[in-house]
Design a protein around this ligand. Structure first.
Ligand code: SF4
Ligand code: SF4
Length: 491
């Protein structure tokens, strides 16, 4: 059941974002806590009651405020802060373990207008012995108040079977669930870098957002990339020292408050000064323009999700690589891809997920898939055609028809680099592929490389004497070559 929602994730993503780390104080003691070095068990600083912060919140334009910690719900003033911010037109999201008493949760929720709340991200810390019943009893009031929420698991290798079971239970009960990597030292290993191949694939099969899968490859190289995280998605009071940083990855790069969106009103992206971005909310919501899983995330927060599966994550990563970005741990990515293609991996949950997967599930042969992709192109559904063809060449990398078709789609889109790449690959596996020769010639001519284009047309004519298309193209190319030659002579 899709519940009514007060604000869509897309609506949230268009707002400026500020993440408030109220304090690292927490009521739990997870062994894998990334805040371990600064974590406290006593709330010593009443950040959410700070007059300066409250004044700031009252004067900035409507903003998405993401409250995290430590555990934000144990901090003094949370209830009043949310009420003040909500009345000022802000949307507040909360990253919580929800391990406060059921009575306190009900009291908090009854003091909020559900319209003020963005999402509640409930971390289920199995490592602290918290049961599914504990979590479900505490999210019940969120459901009753129609507040978007989801349950998030940390990918501790020993917990994978339990995580899968619990995610399935939550799915059956209409609660969204996600799993992300664990980060840090774990039993002598540095995770996520040192997940084994088996662990990596198991976890990739469990992710419900492809973006979380990217974390298994340590994210992407981000230095120099334009990112709104550097301008209007800031994190404030990181580690309780009043530092303002560009995003939750940027703790070693404090920002000057006077230069950022909240003071200047400018929403230009800034160049990322951080080496690697771990592909979290900023990516999911497409805020930096690299990826966008926002519709999927929206559904997940409304209790409607699918396991993406390793093949989907591979496809997703390939699209990012096609856009020119580099995965930090590309060798791991290649190892996973090779393993999956060699083992005809069957996805544990619900298979390779693309929005039209049910529609094409009956298509089996490469020929049928190529025909379907051609139909999609004719219908103007080029994204679907590309997905079909990428999927096909992952299984049959030497299928020159699919490679040529993919080249044609990119050619039509004006993406000459990719068009040329796929025509070259098609000809590498089938040097006499007439379609690929003529299309490649057209691509080279469009790039002004007339000599190569003419050579390709002539090569085509050696084996195909009856085709007028190559002859026509060749005569155009030769005319252009003559004009160019004349131009040069005149000059
Ligand atoms: S609940 Fe979160 S902040 Fe608290 S100890 Fe666990 S991981 Fe750390
Ligand atoms: S680390 Fe990621 S979110 Fe942060 S500024 Fe860089 S690209 Fe943006």
């Amino acid at each position: 059941m899709i519940k009514s929602s007060h604000i869509s994730m897309r609506g949230l993503a268009t707002m400026p974002w500020i993440q408030l780390f109220a304090s690292p104080a927490c009521n739990l003691k997870c062994d894998y806590c990334s805040q371990q070095s600064v974590r406290r068990h006593k709330v010593t600083h009443d950040f959410l009651q700070d007059p300066e912060l409250l004044e700031f919140i009252c004067r900035i334009p409507p903003t998405h405020i993401y409250l995290s910690g430590g555990e934000p719900l144990i901090h003094p003033g949370t209830k009043e802060f949310i009420s003040l911010a909500g009345r000022r037109g802000h949307k507040i999201s909360i990253d919580t373990n929800l391990m406060i008493s059921g009575k306190k949760i009900e009291e908090l929720i009854s003091s909020w207008d559900p319209d003020w709340i963005g999402i509640v991200n409930v971390s289920h810390h199995l490592i602290c012995g918290i049961t599914l019943e504990d979590i479900e009893s505490r999210i019940r009031p969120l459901k009753e108040a129609d507040i978007k929420h989801f349950v998030k698991y940390i990918g501790v290798p020993e917990h994978f079977p339990l995580i899968e079971r619990y995610m399935n239970v939550l799915k059956d009960r209409g609660t969204g669930a996600a799993v992300t990597v664990m980060q840090g030292n774990w039993k002598g290993r540095t995770i996520p870098e040192e997940y084994s191949l088996d662990e990596t694939i198991t976890l990739l099969d469990l992710v419900t957002l492809n973006t979380h899968g990217l974390q298994l490859f340590d994210g992407i190289h981000s230095r120099g990339m334009s990112c709104r995280g550097g301008q209007d998605f800031i994190a404030y009071n990181m580690h309780d020292d009043r530092k303002i940083i560009s995003c939750c990855h940027g703790s070693s790069y404090p920002l000057n408050m006077n230069d950022i969106y909240f003071e200047t009103g400018t929403r230009n992206c800034l160049e990322c000064r951080i080496d690697q971005c771990m592909a979290d909310m900023v990516f999911i919501c497409g805020i930096n323009g690299i990826t966008d899983e926002i519709e999927r995330f929206d559904k997940l927060c409304n209790g409607n999700f699918k396991f993406q599966g390793v093949e989907s994550v591979i496809h997703f990563a390939e699209e990012i690589i096609d856009k020119g970005y580099r995965l930090v741990n590309n060798s791991k990515f290649l190892a996973v891809r090779k393993h999956v293609s060699n083992s005809c991996h069957s996805v544990t949950a619900s298979g390779f997920k693309i929005s039209y997967d049910e529609e094409i599930s009956h298509i089996h042969s490469p020929k049928e898939i190529n025909h379907t992709a051609e139909d999609r192109v004719r219908d103007g559904k080029t994204e679907e055609a590309k997905s079909l063809l990428h999927n096909l060449i992952r299984k049959y990398p030497e299928n020159s028809t699919a490679l040529n078709n993919l080249g044609v789609v990119y050619l039509q889109e004006g993406d000459m680099d990719n068009a040329i790449k796929y025509f070259e690959e098609a000809l590498e596996f089938d040097p006499d592929n007439g379609y690929a020769l003529v299309n490649f010639a057209a691509a080279m001519a469009s790039c002004g490389n007339f000599d190569t284009a003419a050579a390709l047309c002539k090569k085509y004519q050696q084996t195909n004497t009856t085709n007028d298309e190559a002859a026509g193209l060749l005569s155009i190319i030769e005319e252009i070559q003559i004009l160019h030659a004349k131009g040069k002579n005149i000059a």
